[in-house]
Design a protein around this ligand. Structure first.
Ligand SMILES: [Zn+2]
Length: 61
C-alpha cells in the first residue's frame, strides 16, 4: 500500500489516505486539497510535492 499523510505537506493537517497505486493516492489527495484546503488549481508542482511524499506502508503481519 502507498500512504500519503497531508501533514507532511500542510503542517497541522492530520488527514491521510492510502491506496494500492500512486495514481489513486494522488487522485484522492487532489480531492482533499480542493475540498479541505480550498485549492482551486492543482499545479503540476503540487502533484510532484505529493508524489515525493508518498511512502510505502507495510502491514504488520
Ligand atoms: Zn490536508
Amino acid at each position: 500500500m502507498r500512504l500519503f499523510e497531508c501533514g507532511s505537506l500542510v503542517p497541522g493537517c492530520d488527514w491521510h489516505t492510502r491506496a494500492d497505486s500512486d495514481a489513486e493516492v494522488i487522485r484522492r489527495t487532489v480531492d482533499h486539497m480542493k475540498q479541505t484546503h480550498g485549492e482551486t488549481t492543482i499545479r503540476e508542482s503540487m502533484i510532484e510535492n505529493i508524489r515525493a511524499r508518498l511512502v510505502n506502508e507495510t502491514k504488520a503481519a
